[in-house]
Design a protein around this ligand. Structure first.
Ligand SMILES: [Zn+2]
Length: 243
């Protein structure tokens, strides 16, 4: 397993560069580097992968995508390092930070819409500039969504902190209502989940998640809900950006 350096604490999401050792390289059509540890976020959970650079004595390559298939594969363009080479990884921080802010805002919106309308989050796609979340069953009007926006922005102005902790699955099942977060798709052997708490003791939201998040809500500044679009069969897509 590749050690994921952004996982253990919320501060680890702010690691912009790191040292690692090359464990294997793929010299095929799609060149890839596998490291013993990485701070690069692989594509998943609606959050795009990080981009950046790997450097070593005498060479460098651009990381153009990161995917997780058993191991984390850094898809690269440029030179390939040799197995055993110590490298320095540097993440495109502006892009990652934009994703962290957007993703944290998604937790707030999903939580508020669940609280008000009992609509579950069934999909989401984060981008640096605009993102969307799919809710079901949902048919909120733009006026209602603007009330959600107001409430989320009140939460943001509380400047509450965000924490991550590993929790036993049974504890999450008692803390989080089943329709807010559907754990049924997780294999039964997963007994412990990294859980994101917004506010003290999760007063604003508690949600298991393996993504990257900011450590204080003040970093979001505010959300702006832009659009609603019915996707049929009781599904509603809500598009937003950050201020
Ligand atoms: Zn998350």
């Amino acid at each position: 397993m590749t050690e994921l350096l952004y996982m253990d604490s919320i501060n680890d999401c702010y690691i912009k560069d790191f040292e690692a050792t090359v464990e294997s390289v793929d010299e095929g059509e799609e060149k890839a580097v596998i490291l013993d540890r990485t701070a690069f976020y692989p594509l998943g959970g609606g959050q795009p992968s990080d981009l950046g650079t790997l450097r070593w004595r005498g060479g460098s390559c651009s990381v153009i995508s990161v995917v997780k298939k058993n191991r984390v594969r850094h898809i690269v363009e440029g030179d390939l390092p040799k197995v055993g080479t110590p490298v320095i990884g540097e993440i495109d921080w502006d892009l990652r930070y934009a994703h962290m802010r957007m993703h944290t805002a998604q937790h707030l919106m999903s939580s508020e819409i669940w609280r008000r309308y009992r609509a579950s989050t069934v999909g989401n796609q984060i981008h640096a500039d605009r993102s969307h979340i799919d809710f079901e069953p949902a048919d909120m009007t733009m006026e209602e969504l603007k009330e959600v926006e107001e409430e989320v922005n009140r939460s943001i102005s509380s400047s509450e902190e965000i924490f991550v902790r590993k929790l036993p699955r049974e504890e999450i099942e008692t803390k989080v209502e089943n329709e807010r977060v559907d754990l049924s798709r997780l294999p039964t052997f997963v007994k412990e989940l990294r859980t994101v708490f917004i506010g003290r003791e999760g007063a604003i939201d508690i949600c298991p998640c393996a993504g990257t998040h900011v450590k204080n809500l003040s970093e979001l500044v505010g959300i702006d809900i832009l659009k609603r679009k019915s996707k049929g069969a009781g599904k509603l897509r809500v598009e937003y950006r950050l201020l």
